[in-house]
Design a protein around this ligand. Structure first.
Ligand SMILES: [Zn+2]
Length: 214
């Protein structure tokens, strides 16, 4: 049986749901969430997050399409099924206390880049001015590695790979999943949107370089 969310969650849930729906509408309009793919979440507090319900059209989300999960990814106060990838969202909130928003999309650029760079295990971004759009990056001279993890339907396997990357001490701002899409996060929706848009642009530039100067 799912328990009733505490009052603080219901008060904040509508606000979070509206913010998720607005972002999702815009990202869907970019064509980054094809065929009900992608999922979005926002932290509510230390213990709870709001996340999209599985299988909904991300261009037409309303408050009823967002549910509450705990930090173990379990539904709270709802019989709906959270996104199959909920564990990847709650992992970000557990591992990065400063993160309050997680956006996961499946754009064509993200998907193609994930295939192209899968064998290298990462996309190395270097020398692009737009790297400065990523929080903590102040110069285009730094190296920004975006890991590419193998795709699997077993979320614990993916979570273990993400944990291993973080535990190795390497910075992590986003990751690609091979043949699948991208995950990125930030302190608020604006920062996370900036990360996602910058990464989409940078991955597109890397693809163009391979096309034009192979
Ligand atoms: Zn996905």
């Amino acid at each position: 049986m799912s328990k009733t969310p505490p009052p603080v969650a219901s008060a904040l849930l509508a606000e979070r749901a509206d913010a998720i729906a607005e972002a999702a509408r815009e990202l869907a309009a970019f064509g980054w969430t094809p065929a009900t793919s992608s999922n979005f979440s926002m932290r509510i507090d230390d213990d709870l997050a709001a996340i999209t319900i599985s299988g909904r059209d991300k261009g037409r989300l309303g408050r009823d399409d967002i549910m509450v999960v705990d930090m173990a990814g379990k539904a709270v106060g709802s019989d709906h099924r959270p996104s199959a990838e909920t564990g990847l969202h709650t992992q970000v909130y557990r591992r990065f206390p400063e993160a309050n928003v997680v956006l996961h999309t499946h754009s064509r650029t993200q998907s193609v880049a994930s295939r192209l760079f899968a064998s290298e295990g990462r996309v190395r971004l270097e020398g692009w001015e737009l790297q400065k759009a990523i929080a903590g990056y102040t110069t285009h001279e730094s190296v920004l590695d975006i890991p590419v993890f193998p795709n699997t339907q077993q979320m614990p396997e993916l979570e273990a790979r993400v944990d291993a990357w973080i535990d190795s001490g390497k910075p992590l701002y986003a990751y690609l999943i091979d043949g699948h899409g991208i995950y990125t996060w930030g302190r608020d929706m604006a920062e996370t949107r900036r990360h996602l848009e910058a990464l989409e642009f940078l991955l597109g530039c890397e693809l163009d370089l391979r096309r034009l100067a192979p």
